[in-house]
Structures are given as C-alpha cells and as structure tokens.
Design a protein. Structure first.
Lengths: 361, 270, 365
C-alpha cells in the first residue's frame, strides 16, 4: 500500500512495539495454551501425562470434551494438558502440539484431528516414542494409525433420525419432500456419515455410502451447505425452499444449522408444516427439541469420549493394556441416543427432559 | 548564537520604511550532529521574484520548509510584514498568506482539478445544506476553478472535472500554481517548478510566475535552473553551508559568478 | 472530520481589482502563446473502453450484475419473483452492511481483517446484556455500538499513532477481539427467545407490493445511501479519497490525515455493530461462532465493486453492486441446482477478473 513506503521508524515507536512484543511473549510463556489441570510441562517418571488436542477450543462440543477429560484426569490423579487448533482445518497447530507432547514425555494423546490424513506422520512419531494414540470423534485416515478410536457412530446417528422420520411420515401417510443441509463441499467423514445414515434410515437408496449427493430419489429436493452455522443454515434453507416450497422434511448436519433453518421456515410462515431433524445433543439443541423447533436429534456424548479415552491411557500406563474396539466396528462406540418428544414405535428414544440432564454445551 | 549575516547588494533603491513581506533572522535547525541551518537570514520584499539558489546541503530546502511551515526551526525568528510569526504546520503559514507549490506538487492524482484546487478548503453550500448536512458546493468549486485557471492564462486545460492524473507534467504544475495563486494573499513559494519539465513547459511556468507577480503576490523561486532564474528573478538569494552567502541581482553578477559564490569558489559579496 | 472554512477568496479578488500592468498578457515571455495541442488520433475501442471504465468506476460491476440477473432470470422463472428479490436482499444484508465499513477503510489504502471479529463481539455484547443482564433492548444495542466504536478506536489508534500497517494491526486485533468474544460468551450461543424483541427487530418484515421485506435489508440500503452522500458530498468524503490517493499530498494540502484515518476506522466499527444487529435479527441468536467468513466476503464485495485495493479510487455504490452480485450468483446457482463447489469457483474467478480489470484501468495515467 502506497502509504507505508516512506514510513521511517522513530525511536518512540520501536520502544512501544518492543514493549508489546515483550508483553505478548510474557503472556504466552505464563498463560499460553496450557488450559489443562496442572502447569508442569515436564512429566516426571511417576506422573502420567495425557495430552488432549481438539480441533478448536471454540466449539462447545470440544469444550465439553475437555471438561470430561479434565474431570477424569482429576479422579485418576493424572496430568492433563490441552491444546487446540486455531480454527477448523488447522492441522499445523495440532502437529506442533503432538511434538510438544512427545518432548514432554507424555504417556498418551487424545486427538480430534482437523485433517485425518495430514496428522498421521506426527502421530506415528508419537507411537514410535511409545505413546498411546487415541482418536476422538473423528477417525484417522487410515483408522489404524490410532491405537484406538472413541467416537460416535455418526452413521448410526443419522440412521436413527432417518428411521424416526420415516416412521413419523408413514404414520401420517405424507409423501416426504426432503431438504438436505450438509456441512461444506469437502465431503468430510462426519458429514458423509450423518447424511448417508439419515437417508439410509429413511429408506432412500444411498448408492455409494461414502459420497453425498449421488442419490437419485425424487423425494430429495436438493443438498446445500451450511458451514454448521445458523447463518449458513438459514441461507441454505431459503435457497432450497425457493427450489421447492413444498419441502416438509429437513435434515441438518448439526443443531446450529437447524436453528438457522428454522428461522428461514418461520420467515416463510412454514415452521409448523416442516419437520427438522438434527444430530448433536447440545443443550441448546435439546431445548429446541423441547420447544418444537427440532423434531428429533441424535445425541452424542463427547464427555464420555474424552473420559473413556483418558481412562484408557491411564490403564495403558498402569498395565500396558490397549483398548479394544466395539464389536463389528473399527472404533469404540461411545453411544448415540435419540432425543424426541414424539417417539415412534420401533425406534428407541429418550425425551427432552432426559436430554436436558445429559446434554453438553 | 551566531552573528547574523546581513550583506545584501541591491540593484535598485527601496523605501526603507516598507518591511519585507517575509523575513527570517538567525534560523537554526539541527538534525542530530548535522546542522542544516546555522543562523540563516532571509528577506523577501513585496512584489518581487526572489530566487533562492544553493548547492545540495546548503540548507535551501530546510530554509524553505521553515518559511512554509513544514518545519519548526530550533532557533531564530520569522516575521510577516514586520510582525513576528510562528508556524507549526503548513496550515499556519497558509493562514498568514503564504502558499507553497511543492516540488512533488501535492496533488491527489485521481481527484479532478477542481477538487485538487480546493483540497483542504472545500466550499460548502449555503444555508442548512451546508451547515447541517455539510454538503459541498461542487458547481461553485468547478466554476471557480475554471475561473482561476483562466485568470492565470492556462488555456490548455479545458475541463476542470478531468482527473489530474490525465494531465501532462506541465499542466499539473499549472494546477498546483493556480491553487497557490488562488489562495495566496502575500507569498507564493515555488520549489523547483521546472525540475521535471521540458523546455516548452518550462516557459509556460515562467509565464505563470510573471502572471502571479502581476497580481501583486511576492514569489520565492527555488531552482537549479539558472537560465530561468536569470530571466525572471529580481534578486537572487544564495544559500551556502546553512547560511545566506549573499543576495545578488542578475544585473550585478553573471551566471558564472553566482555559481562560484554558491560553491564557495568566490567570496560572498560584501 | 473538520471542514475548513470558505477560503479568503476576497483577497484574490482584491488582487484582480488592482490595475494590471498593461493588460493581462503583459510581462509574458516573448514566445508565441501556447497553442492547444494537436488533436490526437482517434482512440481504439479498447482505449475508449478503458477511459470509460476509468471515469465511471461502477460501470463494470453494474454491467456484470445486470448480465447475471438476465442469465438467471432466463434459467429459472422463480428468480425474478419479488419474494426471491427480497430474499437476495436479506441474504446480502449482513455482508453488505459490513462491507460499507470495509469500503471506506480500503479507500484510504488500508484494509480491515477484524471485520468479522468486531461484528461477533458486538453481537455477543448485545445479546448477553439483553438476555442475561436483562437490560432494555435499546440499551443493549447501544452498548454494542459503544463496543464497536471502541474496537474502531483501537484499530485506528494503532494505525495512526504507532503507524503500523493496517493489515498487521487488524490481523492482530482480529485475534484479540475474537478471543474476547469467546471469553465473554463462554462459547455459548444466546437464543433470540431470551432477548428483547428490539434486538430481533431487524429480522422483522413489513409488506410492500405483496412481498415481505425485512427491516434489516432496508437498513443496509439506507446505510449505502447515507455513506454515498457522505463520500461524494462532504469534505470528509473528499479527504478520505485524497488520503487514500496520496497521503502526503493530502497532508501538504492541510488535511489532517491522522484524523481522517482514525475517523474511518471508528465509523467502520459502528457499521460493524450495525451489521451485528442485523445478523441477530436474521438468525434470531447471538452466536460466538459467527463472523468467520465475513472478512473475505466483505473484501470480495469491495473488490468486485471496482474499488481499488491501493486506495483513493472507487464508489460505495460499487460495493453494493459487488455484494449483490455475489448474492445473486449464489442464489441463482442454488436455484438452478448447481453444486456449491462451483459457486465458490465462480466467485473466485470473478474476483480475479475484477482485480485484473482494476489494474488495467489504472494503467491509464
């Protein structure tokens, strides 16, 4: 920019900038990204150190995860250090965190990877150093790069709400016009699993289970993306409504997107005619189930994921035992529960009161 | 404080009662170990064209900056029409009636001529629109701009709404001069006006300077262009080593003499 | 935003009244009067186009927008229905509003990367004060504007006092404001049902010609009109352009460029708070995860609108056209069932074309 080409530094300015830099270094050194239990960067031989690395530290899902890990670590008397990427997709910060933990001599790592493939070399280094690596919520690619994966069966989560929707619509005898509100164009595993699970549960032929959008069923009006945010949810819903104002069933990738979609329906005066389903089980989302915004949602248990993961590392430190996968799956299923106030036969569910007691966020 | 150097040599006698329209005594400016001005004096008489010449490092630009308010001297006094003046910004100098045409011209290239002419002193509309909404009077500024250009005899610019960047170097120079002449009430300082111009455009600048003087304004012309200086200046202020080496006239000295004084090869005139 | 008084034109007039020595041309050098330059050869169509685009910065974006509308209208008969037109306005309202702030900053040859962060921080302040502290709606909104103003002061102060490049400053404040947002909100979304209805008013609609239009869309349009007036018709606007065009020239002309720069960032901060209010109305919530894409979206709108990233050149109307263009593109492509992938692709291509065009136009010097 032209304005800055002739700026010449003056002593006063350098002093101020220097002070700011020194202050920042001080803040980072003292506070830093150590959000965990204790401050020690080195773990002694007697102390077990667990590292938790989440995708971000802004999503309440990961906040809950951290709380679960901290609580369990407290109970078991082991050390926990938390790290997070700066934003969704930030792989580099997670790689740095892994290296830090290796240097600190940690026993194990719990990680929700931002990039399931790119993080693998760093985690291989950790395993070579004798650490136990556990993936939470999102599997690695390849999945066996982790010693274990504790995750929600996202496909099952989608299936549950799909089955619920199918039963609900069959009871009414209504033909469904379905809007699919996904996460983003990248077709990441969580997105694909929930989307395809829902369609499968509803009874739509999903074609290739690992691809969104290859279905030919005429009941599907279309797909759009929401970035998992209420703004995105509203815009996506508006656009799909323009394509077909008779949409009566909306699948959403998560509850914030569902909230946004609801606003779009309300603006069009259709909020009572359309059913919204979602996945997550966050407390605001369960409140939305209670108030009728969301018809049914599949609840996840991030707290359990983290707690079980922490326990597994503690066990490993004590006895060298490694965790085992759930039957028939290549991960440990931390469970999913359907929350709805309008249950249907043949699909197990809990009501919103139960949901509010067990929700996260 | 150094004794001030007050030698002058004038071609024509002046009435001693009239104070110089702009004067400075004992100006000092230091930049760390470097002394740019070491007790410089200066006088500009009313209605004259005074050329200021000097080699690089003589303190020419510091002197001019002090007189135009772009620089605050460490020591020394400045007087406008005999009364003391203190300039802390160029705006102060402008308020005293001193306008400067900078070497860089200080025009905003993408704005039009009228906007540039009134830059920093835009005309507002009358009444509520002007005082409450602070609306500008574009039409008035445009017509005024056209008038100013016309009055100075600048015929090659037809359209006051064309952007300054579409003008040639000489035309831009003309706009900058027109601006100074339009608002200057006492002094117009011109800093190297022909430095970037060709022969024909330099002549046009010369005409402009004469036109400006013809209005009763006094002109300070800082220039390396000796032929121009000798053609148009009434007196020549020679700056050397941070001080005034002397004031001569084109009649009393030749170009060679003056260059010699400038470089120190010849002694300063007594 | 000081405006200088009417200059001492009387003085110039007095000089004219004084007797001029033997006519206005007396004292001229003995050279023939400068003739007008010989007529230039007729310019090629491409050069003429270049001149035209140079003179009218918004012509390009206007044409592109018109073409897009025509194309989509022919592809889908839903596109031009009043309900869809209102929809596009709603979808564009938040980014359009924020882009007004970004535009004036870019006009001064600066850039603001903290747009989204300021917006989300002010939205959380508004939401929290209303929903949790129980403050009346207008007070909560006012507090949000105060926070926006403070953020603008911080950005502007760092740029003008410390003379740091805007890119760096706002890169830093982006992180600071976003962190403050997360800390204050504890990462939790505040639901609209807990807020005073004043905060949600921007999402309410009124009916005109059988179509529902949100107040938020109208606010955006009014903001564009108001800023357009300020930029074109006030001295402050002039000074903004001059400062961006050539800051040194502006300074030497007596413009207090520091004041101008500071004012631009402060006004932008207030505009971002307005955008936050419109967002709350749109999603009926204050979400701390919002504001992630607004930085790039606002810059896209400004660039597509023909405003130069180097400052001093462009019109606020261009930004509106740019924002509308993106909205129309996304809405139209979605209506036609085109994959989101290609929407992003298309926007990217147009941005590159717009910047290249700007460079080409600027070569006319």
């Amino acid at each position: 920019m032209r304005m800055w080409t002739n700026a010449s530094p003056r002593p006063g300015r350098i002093r101020i900038v220097g002070a700011v830099v020194a202050l920042s270094i001080g803040v980072v050194a003292c506070g830093g990204d150590d959000q965990g239990e204790s401050g020690g960067a080195q773990s002694g031989d007697d102390e077990v150190l667990v590292g938790l690395i989440t995708k971000t530290d802004t999503n309440p899902f990961f906040v809950k995860m951290r709380e679960g890990a901290e609580a369990t670590a407290d109970e078991l008397g082991i050390d926990l250090q938390s790290f997070a990427g700066e934003e969704d997709g930030d792989n580099q910060s997670q790689v740095d965190a892994v290296d830090n933990l290796i240097a600190a001599g940690a026993t194990g790592i719990l990680i929700t990877p931002n990039d399931s493939e790119a993080i693998v070399p760093a985690l291989d280094r950790a395993r070579q150093a004798g650490m136990l690596v556990i993936a939470l919520d999102t599997p690695l690619e390849p999945a066996d790069s982790a010693d274990a994966t504790f995750a929600t069966d996202n496909f099952r989560a989608g299936e549950l709400i799909g089955e619920w929707a199918r039963a609900t619509f069959e009871a009414d005898g209504t033909e469904a016009r379905i809007a699919m509100l996904d996460l983003n164009p990248n077709q990441i595993s969580v997105d694909v699993a929930r989307d395809q699970g829902f369609l499968q549960g509803f009874g739509v032929d999903v074609g290739d289970e690992s691809v969104i959008g290859d279905e030919g069923d005429p009941r599907i009006v279309g797909h759009d993306v929401t970035e998992g945010s209420p703004e995105g949810g509203r815009t996506a819903m508006e656009n799909l409504l323009q394509r077909d104002p008779d949409i009566n069933l909306v699948y959403t990738i998560n509850e914030p997107a569902a909230a946004g979609a609801y606003e779009a329906l309300r603006a069009a005066g259709k909020e009572d005619e359309v059913t919204i389903v979602s996945v997550d089980g966050g407390c605001p989302g369960v409140e939305n189930v209670a108030s009728g915004v969301i018809g049914a949602t599949s609840m996840q248990f991030p707290l359990d994921m983290a707690a079980l993961g922490t326990e597994a590392i503690s066990d490993f430190a004590a006895s060298g035992d490694r965790p085992e996968n759930s039957e028939g799956l290549d991960f440990v299923n931390t469970g999913v529960e359907l929350i709805t106030d309008t249950p249907v036969d043949g699909v197990d569910s809990q009501d919103s009161t139960w949901g509010l007691e067990n929700c996260w966020g | 404080m150094m004794p001030s150097d007050s030698t002058t040599l004038d071609a024509a006698p002046r009435e001693l009662a009239d104070p110089p329209v702009l004067a400075a005594r004992g100006l000092v400016k230091r930049y760390g170990p470097v002394t740019a001005l070491g007790g410089a004096d200066f006088e500009l008489m009313e209605g004259e064209v005074l050329a200021v010449i000097g080699d690089n490092g003589a303190g020419k630009s510091s002197l001019i900056k002090a007189l135009s308010g772009a620089l605050v001297p460490d020591e020394g006094e400045i007087e406008v029409c005999g009364r003391p003046a203190h300039f802390t910004t160029p705006v102060d100098a402008r308020a005293a009636g001193i306008e400067t045409v900078y070497q860089t011209l200080a025009v905003a290239p993408s704005l039009d001529i009228a906007s540039n002419l009134f830059l920093g002193r835009e005309t507002r509309r009358r009444g509520v629109l002007g005082s409450w909404l602070r609306m500008l009077d574009h039409a008035k500024m445009r017509s005024e701009a056209a008038r100013h250009l016309n009055d100075l005899g600048i015929m090659t610019i037809q359209n006051p709404t064309q952007a300054v960047e579409t003008l040639s170097g000489g035309q831009r120079q003309a706009v900058a001069v027109a601006r100074a002449a339009a608002f200057g009430s006492r002094v117009v300082i011109m800093d190297e006006p022909t430095a970037a111009l060709g022969v024909r455009e330099s002549r046009a600048v010369l005409d402009l300077i004469l036109e400006v003087r013809g209005r009763g304004l006094s002109v300070i012309l800082v220039s390396h262009d000796m032929p121009l200086v000798f053609e148009i200046a009434d007196r020549i202020h020679v700056q050397r080593l941070g001080r005034r080496a002397g004031v001569v006239t084109p009649a009393s000295h030749t170009m060679t003499d003056v260059v010699a004084i400038m470089t120190g090869a010849a002694p300063a005139p007594e | 935003m000081g405006i200088t008084d009417i200059p001492a034109m009387a003085v110039a007039g007095d000089n004219e009244a004084a007797p001029a020595p033997a006519g206005p041309r007396a004292g001229r050098s003995a050279q023939p009067a400068t003739e007008p330059p010989p007529p230039a050869p007729s310019p090629s169509p491409v050069t003429r186009l270049q001149h035209l685009l140079h003179a009218r910065a918004t012509l390009g974006p206007a044409v592109v927008l018109a073409v897009a509308i025509i194309v989509f209208a022919s592809v889908s008969d839903r596109f031009m229905q009043p309900a869809n037109v209102s929809l596009v306005l709603q979808q564009v309202a938040v980014v359009g509003t924020l882009a007004v702030g970004q535009t004036i900053i870019i006009l001064t040859a600066g850039i603001d990367l903290s747009v989204g962060a300021v917006m989300v921080l002010t939205s959380i302040v508004m939401g929290k004060l209303s929903a949790e502290a129980g403050l009346p709606g207008p007070v909560a909104i006012g507090a949000g504007f105060a926070v926006g103003l403070a953020c603008g002061l911080i950005n502007g102060g760092l740029v003008t006092r410390l003379k740091l490049p805007p890119f760096i400053v706002t890169l830093g404040t982006l992180n600071v404001f976003f962190a403050l947002n997360l800390w204050y909100s504890e990462s939790a979304t505040i639901r609209g049902t807990d807020m005073s209805s004043t905060l949600l008013w921007t999402g309410e609609t009124f009916t005109v010609f059988d179509t529902r239009v949100t107040y938020g869309s109208v606010i955006m349009l009014v903001l564009f009109a108001g800023m357009g007036f300020a930029l074109r018709m006030t001295a402050w606007g002039r000074h903004v352009y001059a400062t961006g065009d050539d800051a040194e020239a502006a300074r030497l002309s007596g413009i207090r460029t520091s004041r101008v720069l500071l004012s631009v960032y402060v006004v932008a901060g207030l505009v971002y708070a307005l955008g936050a209010w419109i967002l709350i109305g749109r999603i009926a919530a204050a979400s701390p995860q919002a504001g992630q894409s607004e930085n790039l979206d606002t810059i896209t709108a400004v660039v597509l609108g023909g405003t130069s990233l180097f400052g001093g050149r462009g019109a606020i109307l261009g930004t509106l056209l740019g924002a509308l263009f993106v909205g129309v593109l996304r809405n139209g492509l979605a209506l036609s069932g085109v994959d989101v992938l290609w929407q992003n692709f298309a926007v990217g291509i147009f941005v590159i074309v717009a910047v290249a065009l700007d460079q080409w136009i600027r070569r006319l010097r």
